[in-house]
Design a protein around this ligand. Structure first.
Ligand SMILES: Cc1cc2nc3c(=O)[nH]c(=O)nc-3n(C[C@H](O)[C@H](O)[C@H](O)COP(=O)(O)OP(=O)(O)OC[C@H]3O[C@@H](n4cnc5c(N)ncnc54)[C@H](O)[C@@H]3O)c2cc1C
Length: 417
């Protein structure tokens, strides 16, 4: 009987279990989760904080998932050391687990730069926003009078602001970048989001961040002092690569794997936010830290660990989010005329569309408001479909499958349209 060990009970870990079980019903599976919780939809933590969902609804595969799949799940313990020669994993509680195949699905952790005086902020007033436990902590701490300072105006910081908005209106978000969501939006599209946040009463301090903390005061680079009751550090994330690196496996920004999700250590696989993978558009390697990629990579790893054959052949950066009533979706790489691309743009009240093409391919898009059939643009990017093979003039104004020709529609939809 084969012994499988999985580090991490997030999306990649859960799909790894399903991948293993699709090929091996009898091997033993042990899952190690540093979090007391596992098997929940991480993107839902802001909705939990907001009060729009509960823990039961957040369960990703249902509470009997481990039992149904014959998994021994160990919660609240961390995997500390991987010994590739002895093929063992040592845990924080001293257990040593032997494995035949192991998957590191350790995700990423919050990156907190060494702010001067951060240790003077009382522990119970200081939060990150990555886990269900973080959301629970914030929910218990926040009151309608709480003044909250969120450091970081990216996806995590703004989703946290959205969750907190149900509890307090005294929210300030700062970011060193000159606009919000700077890794996925450009100044013009970010401006739409910023106007919306400001209209809700959220204070934005852009191009600014904390220089120093003194207890519950943040001294900002701009010279201003912001007093707060709660502080959320949402500056960025770092892939959890330590286990593989310390064991001698290849790591760049993330864990290096091949298309089967095997690391450079024999019998050891990795999946999810902790790995690097191929960006289909640029051909380069990078971290594509989104849920669908974690799911596909986890399943691929699991099938291969169990002796099957599966491939993850790359992905694209993609984000889809609702933010206090604004719906936006972005994907791919943005090439302006200055870097060899062409741009198509439409903007009207409540709706914004920018498509980026290069060398006859759609490479990226930013959509806000009307996300109707955005999947057609995503498919064009992901499939690297030459635009001269379709009526792109029509598709760019109105995404529909009709200009794709009957054969493509038959393949994609089984001839439904
Ligand atoms: C607030 C928020 C909103 C998001 N919104 C979206 C969204 O809208 N769409 C989208 O696609 N993605 C979204 N994401 C990203 C998405 O949640 C991740 O891409 C996905 O959860 C990655 O899954 P994973 O299994 O790789 O890692 P994780 O879900 O992070 O799971 C990894 C687990 O491994 C554990 N672990 C780490 N090291 C060890 C160790 N040594 N021993 C034991 N356990 C360990 C961690 O504690 C964690 O529980 C969001 C993320 C956040 C935080």
């Amino acid at each position: 009987m084969k012994r499988y060990v999985i580090v991490g009970g997030g999306i990649a870990g859960i799909h790894c279990i399903e991948g293993i079980r699709s090929a091996d019903r009898s091997g033993s599976i042990t899952l190690i989760s540093a979090e007391a919780d596992s098997n929940y939809g991480r993107p839902l933590i802001s909705y939990y904080l907001e009060g729009a969902t509960d823990e039961e609804k957040m369960s990703y595969r249902g509470s009997d998932f481990y039992e149904r799949n014959g998994v021994t799940a160990l919660h609240g313990v961390t995997a500390e050391k991987l010994d590739p020669t002895a093929k063992t994993l040592t845990l924080s509680d001293g257990q040593v687990l032997p494995y035949d195949a192991l998957c590191v699905a350790a995700g990423s952790g919050p990156f907190v730069p060494p702010f001067a005086g951060l240790d003077t902020v009382p522990q119970e007033k200081k939060f990150t926003f990555m886990t269900l436990s973080d959301a629970r902590g914030l929910m218990q701490a926040v009151t309608p009078e709480s003044r909250v300072l969120i450091i970081g105006g990216g996806l995590i910081g703004l989703k946290c602001a959205e969750g907190l908005y149900a509890h307090t209106k005294h929210l300030t978000v700062c970011d060193l970048a000159p606009h919000v969501l700077s890794s996925i939006l450009q100044p013009e599209s970010a401006e739409i989001v910023e106007q919306h946040l400001k209209a809700k009463g959220i204070r934005l301090m852009l191009g600014d961040s904390a220089k120093e903390f003194q207890g519950t005061k943040a001294l900002m680079n701009s010279g201003e002092t912001v007093e707060f009751d709660l502080l959320v550090l949402a500056i960025g994330v770092r892939p959890n690569t330590g286990l593989i690196k310390d064991a001698g496996g290849d790591v760049n920004r993330g864990i290096v794997t091949d298309a089967s999700m095997a690391t450079t250590i024999p019998c050891v696989y990795a999946a999810g936010d902790c790995v690097e993978s191929k960006n289909i558009i640029t051909g380069g390697q990078g971290i594509l830290a989104i849920l669908p990629n974690a799911a596909m990579q986890g399943r691929t790893a699991g099938i291969n660990m169990a002796g099957g054959e599966a491939v993850f052949d790359g992905g694209i950066p993609m984000n889809s989010m609702g933010l206090m009533g604004v719906h936006l979706m972005t994907a791919g790489s943005y090439y302006e005329e200055s870097n060899g691309g062409q741009v198509y743009m439409e903007a009207s009240e409540g709706s914004y569309k920018k498509l980026f093409t290069k060398d006859g391919y759609l490479t990226g898009f930013i959509l806000m408001g009307d996300l109707h059939r955005a999947g057609i643009y995503t498919a064009l990017i992901r499939e690297r479909r030459p635009l001269d093979s379709i009526d792109f003039e029509t598709v760019k104004k109105d995404p529909s499958l009709l200009p794709f020709g009957a054969e493509y529609r038959r393949q994609t939809l089984g001839g439904v349209v």
